[in-house]
Design a protein around this ligand. Structure first.
Ligand code: CP
Ligand code: NVA
Length: 306
C-alpha cells in the first residue's frame, strides 16, 4: 500500500516520475472539457473520500476534478459532520472508510492524526495539508517552475516569511530535486530543525537567514505564504513580527532579473506580498493553482496504480 504523506520518505526517482506523469497527462488532455475523463481512465470505478478538518478551496476542488478526470469519483466529508467530530477515533474511522472507498485524502489539524489514520487504513492515504506539511502543493509548485522553463537541479529558491508547513515541504523537496533553498524568517519562525537536518543529511542545501533580503539574493524563485496559517491563534503578533518579510517589488529586485514568484494561495495582498508582485509578470500563482489538479492526478495514480 502506498501513502503520500510527505515527500521525504519517497525516493527521488518516484517523485520524478509523478511530476513527469502530471505533465504528460496535462499535455494529453489540453483543450478537453474539464469534466471529461482522460481516455485511459486509469481509476475507473475507484472512489476517493476527502476529509476536511480545515477550510479549503483549491484542495477540495482540484482533488474532486482530479479523480473525475481519472475516471473515478469522490465523496467530500467535512470532519464536523462526521462521527469523528463527536469523538470517534481516527483509527476506527480509518478502518471503516477502508471498507467503503479506495483512497482517502485528509486535511487535518494534527499531522500525528494523519499518520495514525494511515497506519490504521488498508487503503492509500494522502496528506492534503497538516500543520507540519503540504506535500501535494509542493508537487504542483515544482511542476509550475519546470513548465516555466526553470530546471530544478541547481536552482536557488527563496522562502520568505514563516517557516511553516509549506516551508517544510520545500525543505523536504530540496534534496529530492536538487535545488537549494534559502529560508528567510524572523527569530522564532524558523522551520523545524528536524526537517532541515533531514534534508541536509540527504545532501540538500538549506541556508537559513534572518532577513528577507539575504534569502532573496540571487534567487531564481521567491516564495511567500500567509503569515497566519489555519490554526494559528496569535494573528496580531505574527503580522507584526513577519511584516519585514513581505515580498515587495524591491525585494524581488534582490533576486535574479527573470525571477519568478510563487504563493500557494490564499493570499493577503499588502501583508505577505504586495499586489504589484502577485499580480505582476513574475507571478505564476494561477498556473500553480491549476497544477494542483494535474499534480494530484499523478499522485492519485501513483498511490492506486503504482
Ligand atoms: N493552497 C491550498 O491548499 O489551498 P486551499 O486551502 O484552498 O485548499
Ligand atoms: N500555510 C497555509 C497554507 C494554506 C494552503 C496554512 O496552513 O493555512
Amino acid at each position: 500500500m502506498t501513502h503520500f504523506l510527505d515527500l521525504w520518505p519517497i525516493p527521488a526517482s518516484e517523485l520524478r516520475s509523478i511530476l513527469d506523469n502530471a505533465k504528460s497527462r496535462k499535455a494529453a488532455r489540453k483543450g478537453a472539457p474539464k469534466g471529461l475523463a482522460d481516455i485511459d481512465a486509469p481509476l475507473a470505478g475507484r472512489t476517493l473520500a476527502m476529509i476536511f478538518e480545515k477550510n479549503s478551496t483549491r484542495t477540495r476542488v482540484s482533488f474532486d476534478m482530479a479523480i473525475r478526470q481519472l475516471g473515478g469519483s469522490s465523496i467530500v466529508l467535512n470532519a464536523g459532520d462526521m462521527q469523528l467530530g463527536r469523538g470517534e477515533s481516527i483509527t476506527d474511522t480509518a478502518g471503516v472508510l477502508s471498507r467503503y472507498v479506495d483512497a482517502v485524502m485528509i486535511r487535518a489539524n494534527r499531522h500525528a492524526d494523519v499518520e495514525a489514520f494511515a497506519k490504521a487504513a488498508t487503503i492509500p492515504v494522502i496528506n492534503g495539508l497538516t500543520e507540519k506539511s503540504h506535500p501535494c502543493q509542493i508537487m504542483a509548485d515544482l511542476q509550475t517552475l519546470e513548465e516555466a522553463g526553470l530546471p530544478l537541479k541547481g536552482a536557488r529558491i527563496a522562502w520568505v516569511g514563516d517557516g511553516n508547513n509549506m516551508a517544510a515541504s520545500f525543505i523536504h523537496a530540496a534534496p529530492k530535486f536538487g535545488f537549494s533553498l534559502a529560508v528567510g524568517t524572523p527569530e522564532g519562525y524558523e522551520p523545524a530543525s528536524i526537517d532541515v537536518e533531514r534534508a541536509r543529511n540527504e545532501q540538500g542545501r538549506i541556508d537559513l537567514y534572518r532577513t528577507a533580503s539575504e534569502a532573496a539574493a540571487g534567487a531564481d524563485v521567491v516564495v511567500a505564504d500567509t503569515f497566519v496559517s489555519m490554526g494559528d491563534l496569535d494573528a496580531e503578533k505574527r503580522l507584526k513580527d513577519l511584516a519585514p518579510f513581505k515580498v515587495s517589488a524591491d525585494l524581488m529586485k534582490r533576486a535574479k532579473t527573470e525571477a519568478k514568484f510563487l504563493h500557494c494561495l490564499p493570499a493577503h495582498r499588502g501583508e505577505e506580498v504586495d499586489a504589484d508582485v502577485i499580480d505582476g509578470p513574475a507571478s505564476l500563482v494561477f498556473d500553480e493553482a491549476e497544477n494542483r489538479l494535474h499534480a494530484q492526478k499523478a499522485i492519485l495514480e501513483w498511490c492506486l496504480v503504482g
